[in-house]
Design a protein around this ligand. Structure first.
Ligand SMILES: [Fe+2]
Length: 297
């Protein structure tokens, strides 16, 4: 099934279960099968890597670039997860494990809680560079792994895994998933030169990387935890709002937050739509809303 050409490749990732049959191992991991990649598949990686690396200059945050530089990720071939994990493990104790696609929530959280990042081992086809039904190796490795080299992000994503397992038991996954979505996937951070991307959903997207930082259309609002947890997100198009951290170090406090009292508060009170701007928001950029308005006709 294909989506319209202008739908960006950010559907579904970050959570959700796949509908394919579970593989043999209970943790859903498979061998990456690196030696089975074809020259054509390595060529797709090269095309994606080169155009995205060029595009991200001046858009990705410094820590993304630093993480990328230290990893065995380059244009010439799809990275080998073992080689990748060796470097990553020494830096922050994380590893990359191969999975066949989306995995059930509890499996996903358990991997994160144990510092294993599940990555799709497949790559999109050359005819669908900007469309993804499920996160592939380019999204997962190019988008996520550089930030896992950052010690604070490394701790934060592990804490998210632990929190995810708990939230699932409490039935509060929807609210917690919004935190992941608006940070790990679609987060922006302030740097002295301006806003920069650290979220993997943006960093791996040819179309959304520029939109998120440069378009006048979306709102850009200072990150505030409860506000974020009350805000729906779009899975079918560019985000209408990006939440902005002052610094990646802010994720440290977030990782240490006790969500239990928050869940209680969240059980009542408002839920916000992606395009809402509240009187209490610290608005860094009030979006024109033009892009999504034109889509709605
Ligand atoms: Fe992702």
């Amino acid at each position: 099934m294909n989506a319209p050409a202008n739908v960006p490749a950010n559907t579904k990732h970050g959570l959700a279960a796949g509908d394919q049959a579970a593989p043999e191992r209970p943790d859903w991991t498979i061998d990456q099968g690196w030696s089975s990649y074809t020259p054509a598949q390595h060529a797709v990686w090269k095309t994606l890597f080169e155009r995205q690396t060029k595009l991200l200059q001046g858009l990705a945050c410094d820590d993304f670039v630093k993480g990328m530089d230290k990893l065995p990720i380059a244009a010439d071939q799809i990275p080998n997860f073992e080689a990748l994990s060796e470097v990553l493990y020494k830096a922050t104790g994380w590893q990359v494990v191969a999975v066949p696609g989306l995995v059930p929530d509890d499996v996903f959280f358990d991997h994160l809680a144990n510092r294993r990042f599940p990555s799709g081992n497949f790559i999109r086809g050359a005819h669908e560079l900007d469309y993804l039904e499920e996160p592939d190796v380019f999204h997962d490795v190019f988008g996520h792994v550089p930030m896992l080299m950052h010690p604070v992000m490394a701790d934060f994503i592990q804490a998210y895994g632990v929190g995810g397992l708990r939230a699932q038991k409490l039935g509060r996954l929807k609210e917690l998933a919004r935190v992941y979505w608006y940070t790990v996937e679609f987060g922006l951070v302030r740097q002295s030169e301006g806003l920069r991307i650290y979220g993997a959903g943006i960093a791996s997207s040819f179309t959304e990387s520029r939109f998120s930082v440069q378009s006048p259309s979306p709102n850009r609002i200072a990150f505030e935890l409860e506000r974020v947890m009350r805000t729906n997100y779009r899975i079918d198009d560019f985000q209408e709002v990006y939440f902005v951290l002052d610094s990646l170090d802010d994720l440290l406090a977030l990782a240490a937050t006790d969500f239990a009292p928050l869940y209680e508060r969240l059980a009542t009170g408002p839920n916000y739509q992606p395009g809402d701007v509240l009187g209490t928001d610290v608005v860094l950029h009030q979006g024109s809303g033009e892009y999504h308005r034109s889509k709605r006709g």
